[in-house]
Design a protein around this ligand. Structure first.
Ligand SMILES: Nc1ncnc2c1ncn2[C@@H]1O[C@H](COP(=O)(O)OP(=O)(O)O)[C@@H](O)[C@H]1O
Ligand SMILES: [Mg+2]
Ligand SMILES: [Zn+2]
Length: 571
């Protein structure tokens, strides 16, 4: 295509509103424009890149035998009421009414609609297994849309759903997706790690998230460099680092001491001149309406996800101050496990197992207890409740764990029978008996692949996109439009490359070379062929965007050289 005819509104300045690098660059390079918070228009370049990503996703899904469909984005409320998620999805769901005042919503995901489709169509084990997918717009009223395309309220997702007769079938469908996802991300130039994730309140036995390390991310992953263990922080386990000071030896009984105005772990630590590890932290939670006291080592944080799975509660929240006062007779800052006014479950993190003579709240404002020993002075259920922190030991190999910020680009789930069971999907097995198929669901965010690729690949001059997803693989740039020979050579080179099926752009704009080079760098075209003075010797310059290395090359050899390089990069 000819740049002079295209609408590519690049900006000279960094837009003030952008935080993440990908957001800044997508705006500056004229890829996207914002309509409203988390709602964007994709201009020509963005649409072209997204189409390339979609083509890769489609190829890899087709290769595992998945069948593409297109389901509605507009769903009647009953569909979601059947599964119980009409309420569960809360404010994240966009809800609307039709002219008859009936409730509808904009689809945030499609487990329900797919299950209803399958329920109406699948009759026999002979029709299974099936993998159905779509590439479609999702709507989610995210609480904090941010960072350009990374977290938006309307986005394209490839979502697939598998239906199998048994767990072994589901395992096979899951493994196929796992492998397809690895290939998709690799072809998009992304270095993704698959981490075990929590499968969520909606059931399911196994789940992996595909994560790309990036400071623009919002998910944390614990990683062991030595044995390769990695897991989402929601789920990661570790061996806690040793306490800063050993516990006092001896059999003592709890003893109250005055701690005027000292409420936080840090304040009590300064006051007692003992490290935070010598303290017991008391957190009052409400799990499905019932109070639960969660105890942790002073320097550890509660993982709400682990807490929810330990208590089996669907609804978990911190207690309100008035509830705390009523149940403990003291305010947060002086709470502990002894002398509760209401009986409740006490769960203690495993890092407190075997500890003795610790410090904790006395359930009296401005007082704490010393010599508090779990198991002797109070009973608790020991469970893994804490969030892993960097520096903990890997529970597989003992090496030190790191905690890394990541972006989630894909997610696969073994759903189990959750939807098929509650929504009544049944088929007949070989003996003619009715059975419930087992399901999986698998999602990839298309815009998120593009924005993550930019987060991982850019410099101060712009994007460095891999040729597989860049809007164009090559730009041919005549240095001086007024020079007829340069223009003619550039045009015929452009035609040559087109004939070789190379996705090429001719920068025929009447601009200074500096402007052309800057724009090409900004929009992230992987290769530039500059047609300038050396043309007199039959040569042009070939520059790779990544690293900006240039070589002089004979005009006659450019097409073969580029075709070779692009082939090597699997375009
Ligand atoms: N708000 C969003 N904006 C852009 N992409 C999203 C958004 N939410 C999810 N995605 C993409 O869709 C994929 C599947 O989503 P899912 O796991 O259902 O979402 P989440 O983990 O955010 O609840 C994610 O891995 C991500 O690539
Ligand atoms: Mg997810
Ligand atoms: Zn390890």
């Amino acid at each position: 295509m000819l740049w002079s005819k295209l609408f590519i509104p690049t900006l000279r300045e960094n837009p003030a509103e952008a935080e993440a690098a990908s957001h800044t660059l997508l705006l500056r390079a004229g890829y996207i424009r914002q309509l409203s918070a988390g709602i964007y228009s994709h201009l020509f370049l963005s649409q072209r890149a997204l189409n390339k990503i979609i083509a890769i996703v489609r190829q890899e899904m087709d290769a595992i035998g998945a069948q593409e469909m297109l389901l509605p984005a507009l769903h009647p409320a009953e569909v979601w009421q059947e599964s119980g998620r009409w309420d569960v999805m809360g404010q994240n769901m966009f809800r609307i009414k039709d002219r008859f005042d009936r409730d509808l919503c904009l689809g945030m995901t499609h487990e329900e609609v797919m299950t209803i489709l399958a329920r109406g169509e699948l009759r026999s084990y002979k029709q299974l297994p099936q993998i159905w997918y779509q590439i479609q717009t999702k709507f989610r009223d995210e609480p904090r849309p941010k960072s350009g395309l990374l977290r938006v309220r309307q986005f394209i997702m490839k979502d697939s759903y598998s239906f199998d007769m048994d767990a072994a079938g589901l395992d096979a469908a899951y493994d196929k997706h796992y492998a397809a996802y690895k290939r998709i991300f690799e072809r998009c130039g992304l270095n993704a790690i698959a981490v075990e994730a929590h499968s969520g309140a909606m059931g399911g036995s196994q789940s992996h998230e595909f994560m790309v390390p990036s400071d623009a991310g919002e998910d944390f992953v614990a990683i062991c460099q030595k044995c390769g263990y990695h897991a989402n922080l929601e789920k990661a386990v570790s061996v806690a680092a040793k306490p800063g000071v050993a516990d006092p030896e001896g059999e003592f009984t709890p003893e109250k001491f005055h701690t005027p105005g000292r409420k936080t772990i840090v304040e009590v630590s300064e006051f007692t001149k003992l490290p935070q590890t010598s303290q017991m932290k008391s957190l009052v939670m409400v799990a499905d309406g019932k109070p639960v006291l969660a105890l942790l080592r002073g320097d550890h944080q509660l993982s709400e996800t682990k807490f929810a799975s330990v208590t089996g509660a669907a609804d978990v929240r911190p207690a309100h101050p008035h509830e705390i006062r009523e149940w403990f007779g003291a305010d947060a800052g002086s709470l502990g496990p002894i002398g509760l006014k209401k009986s409740m479950l006490i769960v203690a993190d495993t890092a407190l197992q075997g500890r003795k003579n610790m410090i904790g709240g006395a359930n009296e404002d401005d007082y704490h207890l010393k010599n508090l020993t779990p198991g002797k002075d109070f009973n608790a259920k020991f469970e893994d409740l804490r969030q892993v922190v960097a520096g903990d030991a890997c529970s597989s190999c003992g090496a030190e764990l790191a905690v890394v910020k990541t972006i989630e680009i894909g997610h696969i789930f073994k759903l189990g029978y959750k939807y098929s069971d509650t929504m009544g999907l049944r088929v007949l097995n070989a003996d003619g008996a009715e059975v419930t198929p087992i399901m999986g669901s698998y999602g990839i965010g298309v815009e998120r692949i593009l924005s993550t690729a930019i987060e991982q690949n850019h410099d101060q001059d712009g994007m460095i996109l891999p040729p597989s997803i860049a809007p164009f693989a090559v730009v041919v740039t005549p240095v001086n439009n007024a020079n007829a020979e340069q223009m003619t050579a550039a045009r015929s080179l452009y035609e040559d490359l087109l004939k070789q099926n190379i996705d090429v752009l001719l920068d025929d704009r009447d601009e200074r070379p500096g402007v052309k080079f800057k724009d090409a760098d900004l929009i992230g075209i992987p290769y530039r062929v500059t047609v300038g003075k050396k043309l007199a010797q039959g040569q042009v310059e070939l520059t790779e965007r990544r690293g900006k290395k240039s070589v002089d090359i004979a005009v006659s050899e450019v097409a073969a050289e580029l075709a070779g390089r692009l082939r090597a990069q699997k375009v």
